[in-house]
Every structure is written in C-alpha cells, then in structure tokens.
Design a protein around this ligand. Structure first.
Ligand code: ACM
Length: 530
C-alpha cells in the first residue's frame, strides 16, 4: 500500500466485495464516498461495518478484513474515509476502473493507522497555466486516494488571475488571460508561442470545488499572492499599484517589479476579495497571502507611500511590508482564517504568531520560523519543487532545471532529527509545489506530479518512507494506470512525453538551493530567486 499504514498484518481468511454490497454503522457516507465504484448501499448489517471509536484520532482508523467481511473502526469521518481508501488498495488494481457489477476478492488483513502529519499538501500553480475545474476535481480524487489533504491553489501571479470577482469584474475579464506565452528555457532569450492563454474559476466553480474537496477530506487553501507578482491585478486595476501606471498580464517568466500599494484602498480591495473567496469556497480555515519575491523599489520611490510609512511610525520599507501582511492576516483572522505565507514574510518580521510559514528557500529558514514559534509546513525547493525534471536527461520535457527524483522525495524528512523537540513539534506538515511556467497542460501536470506525489504522500502520512517503497511503487503503478494517470514511467518518458528538440537548461537544483538558502540570512534579501 501507498502510503504504508503504521501497522499492516496479513490474516487468514478472505471475503468478496461485490458492487451493491451493504455498508452499515455510524460513518456510512464516508465509506461510500471513498469507494464510489462499489456502489455501496446503506443498510442495517452487511459486508462492511463501520463504527466510530472515540478513542481514535479524527483521521485514525482500524481495518479488519477476513471471512467475517470488513470491519472498520474510525475516530471520525476522515478516519473512515481513509480506512476505505486502504481497503481499496487491498482489492485488485482493476477495482480502480469503472466496472459495474464487478466482484473483488478481499484478502484477510489487519490495519491500524494514523497520520504523522496533519498537513499533507499539494500546491498547484493555476496562474501560470490554468487548470480547468474538471482537472481540479480529478486531482482532489487522486489526492484523496493517497490520503493527501491540503490542496493549495496559487490563484494569482504576474501571468494571470484565476477567479471571478463580482466586486472587481475586470479581474476575470482582463487579468485572466494573456495574448501569448514564453516558451524558452530558464535564463535563455525569450521566445513566444503567439497563442492566447487564459481561464478562471467562477465563484460557482469555487463553491463546487470547496464542497467536493470537503466530501473527500481535502481542505482547499486559496492563495492570493501579494504584494508582489502583481502584474495581472494591475492590468485591470492599476490604481491599486504603487505607481498607478498601467501594466499588462505578463507573457514571460521571472520576477517582475509590479507591486500593489500598501495604502488603505488596496487593503480594502484585498479584504473584499477574501470575502468573495471565503464566501464561495465555504469553510476556509487557511488563506495563503504569498509575500514571496517582492521587489520593494516602487514603494521606496513613492512619496505617498513613504509618507504613509512615516505616519505609521515604521522605520523601513521592510517594516512596511511586514505591517501590510500583518494587516491582511488580521483581516483574515476576523474572517476565521489563518494566514499562510512564504518564508520571506517571516524574514521580514512582524507576523502574527498564528501565521503558518512555508520555507521554500530551505529548511534552514524553516527551522528559524519553528524556533520563533510559528507552525511550519515543509516546502523546500529540494526536493519538493516538482517543476524540476526527474532526471538530467535530454529526453525529459522542458523543466526549470534538474533533477529531483522520486527517491529524493522518498528520502525527505519534514521534521529533521537534529532539530530540537520543540522545533520538530512546530512542523505541522509537508507539501510539494508544482509551479507551471513550463507545465502547459494537464497531461504535463500528471507527468510532473506522479509518481513523486506518491512518495510525498508516504512521507506526509508516515513521516518517512517505509521499507520496500520501491517495490510497493512498482505495484502501485497498476492503480495509477487504472485511474488513467499519465505518470512519468520509471525508465523515462514515453516517446510522446519527450521534450521538443532543444538543448538542456543546465540549471542544477543543488546550485539553486545553495543560492536561495544563502538569501534567507538577512531581511534585505527578499529579492529573488528561481
Ligand atoms: C516561490 O517559489 N517564489 C515561493
């Protein structure tokens, strides 16, 4: 199984599950949702019995299969849902296909299981390349099958804004598309495809995504990345920018100097956006507000912003950036949501104590955030940036650099042994990032995510990959095949997955990590990066 349960014993005895089987007990709906292909019927007694056990944690479960059928004890609906996911992995891989009327043998087994980390995340950048709603719903199902439970959607960047706004409609009318897209490798001269790209989620789409995710025990974490990465917003509403100058939705990659203003109208604009997002998504315990790669030059050059900073009694523009993010985090707290930020915002200082930090520039800055009492979700470029290629091979499709292998992900430890117990206790989870500058379509999303996300899932669930991960992954490919996942084959890309002829980028992830890690040591170095 992937992720490997805490305890898994084979038992003698077995049973058969036939579609239309009966499920009885306290948490029937969670089991039925997890196993839609089995078309399970609720009833008073039957092949599957599921009971709540208050002694277990919300996500914990026990699963026993054998000649008496299937028995599940779970701490709550999430535990019952994960028990059913584990049960699914005991069935043949073909059970992941639509197969009405099928019967599946269930071997005897005893499983006792609970997750090591509460935050088991995948991030998807839908700003650089849009992923339509149907792909998000499918991804939620794939995450659920791997017991991943946080979907971080990066909804805005210089290259696009991806949600409807009824209060600020130019965001979806103007900011959601660009006339063309850069096609060049990292640090090579820009070339373009001259093909328009765009798309956005309506608020109704977002509502559907929220409900669908919750029913699968996935929490959507929307990200409105501010105050930098602002070209797309400023293409629609330049008045919210530091200069008031017009901008275009960017058609190329890299860091732009476009920055929102910190003045009250921009704060009011963003809080209105938060209200629309939270109103649509429904219960939203976390909102990511970015804070990465901010070029503060336009703030420093603006007399109005400088006067505002002085009126607040703030000494530096870094202090002003810290104040601005804190103001937004306070607004989120009033709305019942915790702020999440990239690590630059921690380095700038002044965060609310309940703000969650994502140390993308390395675990060194992550440890400092943990030592300062922040909850931390481990997100370092190496080995959790899945926009890097899986091999330094000319066959790999275009990536930002290379290489991050499935073994690199499997070897990752989110809460390192050499941290203090207090620091380790601050690590609430782990998350892989898929930036999509060079991920033009959903087929490439599959290729980049899988199987690395299988290794992520095991690290997130168990804290470490268990013995035999490689063999279990080999077996797991059968499930991914049945699910129609276009994962990267272990021997490298299929012919149709290979890159267009071009020379390799030559950027090594180890060099990038050394450079960005060194940038986390002083507050001035929010200036970028990969
Ligand atoms: C980031 O990679 N700028 C979070």
């Amino acid at each position: 199984m992937i992720p490997r349960p805490a305890l898994l014993n084979d038992l003698s005895g077995s049973c058969v599950l036939t579609s239309g089987a009966t499920v009885s007990g306290d948490l029937v709906d969670a089991v039925r949702t997890a196993l839609p292909g089995l078309d399970l019927r609720p009833g008073d007694s039957g092949e599957i019995d599921v009971r709540r056990d208050p002694a277990l944690g919300e996500e914990a479960y026990r699963l026993t299969t054998g000649s008496r059928g299937v028995e599940i004890a779970a701490g709550g609906p999430a535990g019952a849902f994960y028990a059913a996911q584990s049960l699914h992995q005991l069935l043949p891989a073909a059970s992941y296909r639509f197969s009405p009327g099928a019967s599946w043998p269930v071997p005897g087994a005893r499983v006792e299981d609970a997750p090591r980390f509460g935050w088991r995340g995948l991030h998807l950048d839908v700003a650089r390349h849009f992923s339509p709603k149907r792909e998000i719903l499918r991804l939620i199902d794939l995450m659920a099958a791997h017991k991943l439970n946080r979907l971080h959607l990066h909804l805005v960047d210089d290259q696009g804004w991806r949600v409807e706004s009824r209060a600020y409609p130019l965001l979806h009318e103007v900011s959601s598309h660009r006339p063309r897209t850069a096609t060049n490798y990292y640090r090579e001269p820009d070339t373009y495809d001259e093909v328009p790209h765009g798309g956005y989620y309506t608020l109704d789409d977002l509502a559907e995504i929220g409900v669908y995710a919750r029913s699968r025990h996935v929490t959507v974490v929307p990200e409105i990345d501010v105050p930098g990465h602002a070209s797309a917003i400023l293409a629609a509403y330049p008045a919210f920018g530091a200069t008031g100058e017009p901008h275009d939705v960017l058609d190329r990659w890299g860091i732009s100097p476009a920055i929102l203003s910190p003045l009250p109208p921009t704060v009011e604009f963003l809080t209105t956006i938060f209200d629309e997002l939270i109103g649509a998504l429904g219960e939203t315990p976390y909102v990511h507000i970015g804070g990465d790669e901010v070029v503060l030059d336009h703030w420093a050059e603006s007399a109005q912003i400088t006067a505002y900073r002085e009126s607040l009694g703030l000494a530096t523009i870094n202090d002003l950036q810290a104040w601005f993010l804190r103001r937004l985090a306070d607004a989120l707290a009033e709305r019942g949501a915790r702020a999440v930020v990239w690590d630059e915002a921690f380095v700038s200082g002044g965060l609310r104590q309940d703000t969650i930090v994502m140390p993308w520039r390395g675990m060194g800055v992550g440890r400092r955030a943990a030592a300062a009492g922040h909850d931390v979700v481990a997100t370092p470029v190496f080995p959790l940036y899945f926009d890097y290629a899986e091999a330094a091979s000319p066959d790999e499709p275009m990536a930002i650099g290379d290489a991050i292998t499935v073994e690199d992900v499997a070897a990752f430890r989110p809460a390192p042994e050499d941290w203090t117990d207090e620091e380790r206790a601050r690590v609430i989870g782990v998350q892989a990032q898929l930036w999509t500058e060079r991920v033009p379509d959903p087929r490439t999303v599959d290729y980049r995510l899988w199987p690395r996300a299988c290794a992520l899932a095991e690290v997130a669930w168990s804290g470490t990959t268990a013995a035999g991960f490689g063999e279990r992954l080999t077996e797991h490919y059968g499930r991914l095949d049945a699910l129609g996942v276009e994962y990267r084959p272990p021997a490298g890309p299929h012919p149709w997955q290979r890159r267009r002829p071009h020379r390799p980028s030559g950027v090594r992830v180890a060099d990038v990590m050394a450079r960005i890690d060194s940038m986390t040591h002083d507050a001035e170095s929010t200036r970028p990066s990969v």
